[in-house]
Design a protein. Structure first.
Length: 510
């Protein structure tokens, strides 16, 4: 073998640079399903099933192109269990002249592969991940000399550089950001005419994977009955098309809205296909831009959506690769509580959390506001150690890969990076959840978001006031949170003591 092309579970892109110079006569592909990738964090069943099903389908498309694929299945009797050990065996057996691979998304995986390949004295040709608009070097150059790394400025540069939603050198519509027109809450009657999201019935290959995961990972969280994620490029393209046609027009409007029993709403549900590299961000952005230019989608929706991909997704990758490995250890608020065990089962009296956790375990999906302002917010207010929150988020979602999950969890959601990513912690009381769900989540709940102490007090509201008290001086020194802290002036010493005691009681019960 001349080149052994290593393809990881989140590198399922037939257009990747590693295939540019492939010669089926002398090169071969290596892929391996290893238990470690599902157990280093306690991965949910839908997440494991998605990766394995998509890998198996991708290997088949490579074989169809005439490539030899050395593929170790999870249940192969000699499976060594880790990427490093499996690769080690493959290098001994196949003796390639060179290992070629796309730069991996995870820091941990990069270290493991580098040292395994080095131990064999084989050259490693690590190629740029062309999937992304920006290289890590581009991001480093952008970050140089800036005290703060706000997404908004990075996004504007990306819009200009890649000529997206631009009219000459001006942003389309005269504004970079149309969020003021987005983010409505549902009316009391709830969402109406929610378009159906495209789901894919598992084929024979996927059914085999589902059976394997059910047996092998029986004690892992999550469910498999509803598994219907896109697992091939052609399914991912259909899912994209459906989103652009039916949901993008109202995406912006309902981007932040919550409603019980409504997991899909107007979101794209494309993150897993993007992160596995079944979809390229350029084709997603171009499709949204074209829909706007053709007058099928309002600019506010197209812009709001494109910002998530051209802005946030690229930006968090830059944060990850410029800050790792130290980033994963950060704990700026010195939070030390343990994550409540019921995060893994969804069994809690709080209706909003039960709803968000329930759909997470069932589908491996929750939309951004559920992750940030329901689940993440609760952990932040409770004061859970950010590394535990990170492990949970990395485990449960079908789109979870560390380069995107870690900055979102540790930086954006848990404010654990000392303000590098977000200019303020995302904190709110139960009233935010009440407002964004048109009252629906709280109407069905035994807790009252307007009360901070007493039997019916909403734990979010109690913990929110407790958070203000615990971090009063830091929040008062930040212009973006000073108004929130000012409200403490109206809280008497006795009331403060009651808040602190009730917050402690909530922590003791977790
Ligand atoms: P939409 O809301 O329809 O957005 C469209 C696309 O934009 C997404 O598919 C995604 O690719 C991208 N996107 C949107 N927001 C972000 C963001 N903040 N960062 C990066 N890309 C974004 N996203 C992941 O892909 N993997 C994760 O593991 C992940 N973990 C998260 C953890 C927390 C605590 C939070 C607050 C957010 C996390 N996100 C993660 C970001 C975001 O919530 C998901 O990308 C989004 O909910 C996926 O659903 P969707 O495809 O319907 O997205």
């Amino acid at each position: 073998i001349r080149n052994l092309i290593v393809v990881l579970g989140d590198q399922l892109d037939a257009q990747a640079g590693v295939f540019d110079d492939v010669d089926v006569g002398v090169d071969a592909v290596w892929m391996a399903e290893v238990a470690e990738e599902s157990t280093h964090v306690w991965s949910s069943k839908p997440r494991i099933a998605l990766f394995l099903a998509a890998m198996r389908h991708f290997a088949q498309t490579l074989r169809d192109r005439g490539l030899v694929v050395h593929y170790t299945a999870l249940d192969h009797p000699d499976n060594a269990g880790t990427l490093a050990a499996e690769l080690d065996l493959a290098l001994q057996r196949l003796k390639p002249q060179r290992v070629v691979m796309t730069a991996p998304g995870d820091w941990r995986v990069l270290q493991a592969i580098r040292s395994t390949v080095a131990a064999h004295g084989v050259p490693l040709d690590l190629r740029e991940d062309r999937h992304f608009y920006a290289t890590v070097r581009d991001f480093t150059a952008h970050a140089r000399g800036r005290k703060q790394l706000r997404m908004e400025y990075f996004y504007r540069v990306m819009r200009q550089r890649h000529d997206v939603l631009m009219e000459g050198d001006q942003p389309a519509g005269g504004q970079w950001n149309f969020d003021a027109e987005n983010r409505e809450a549902f009316p009391k009657t709830g969402p109406s005419d929610v378009p159906e999201t495209l789901r894919f019935a598992p084929d024979a290959t996927t059914r085999e994977v589902i059976a394997l995961v059910a047996e092998r990972f029986a004690r892992h969280p999550g469910e498999l009955d509803d598994f219907s994620w896109p697992v091939t490029r052609s399914q991912a393209l259909q899912a994209l098309d459906r989103f652009i046609q039916q949901r993008l027009p109202d995406f912006g409007r309902w981007q932040d809205a919550l409603w019980p029993g409504q997991p899909w709403l107007w979101h794209a549900h494309l993150s897993s296909a993007l992160n596995l590299k079944l979809l390229n961000p350029r084709e997603v952005v171009q499709a949204a831009q074209a829909a706007w230019r053709e007058g099928r989608v309002p600019l506010a929706s197209a812009e709001g959506f494109i910002r998530q991909i051209l802005g946030w997704r690229e930006y968090v990758r830059g944060i990850y690769w410029t800050q790792m490995p130290g980033y994963a250890e950060r704990n700026a608020l010195q939070a030390t509580a343990n994550l409540s065990a019921w995060f893994w089962t969804g069994q809690t009296d709080m209706v909003c959390l039960r709803d968000a956790l329930g759909q997470t375990l069932r589908y491996g999906y929750a939309h951004h506001i559920q992750r940030l302002m329901v689940i993440g917010l609760y952990a932040l207010l409770l004061g859970v150690q950010p590394q535990q929150v990170h492990q949970w988020f990395l485990a449960v979602y079908v789109d979870a890969v560390e380069w995107v999950e870690l900055p979102n969890t540790l930086g954006m959601s848990q404010a654990a990076d000392g303000g590098l990513m977000a200019s303020k912690p995302y904190i709110a009381s139960g009233k935010y959840i009440q407002r964004m769900s048109g009252g629906s989540l709280c109407a069905a709940c035994r807790f009252d978001p307007a009360q901070r102490v007493g039997e019916r007090a909403c734990p979010y509201t109690t913990l929110y006031w407790d958070f203000l008290l615990r971090h009063e001086s830091a929040l008062a020194a930040n212009p973006r949170t000073v108004m929130q802290v000012r409200n403490l002036a109206r809280v008497s010493t006795e009331e403060r003591a009651r808040i602190v005691a009730q917050a402690q009681a909530i922590r003791d019960m977790q």
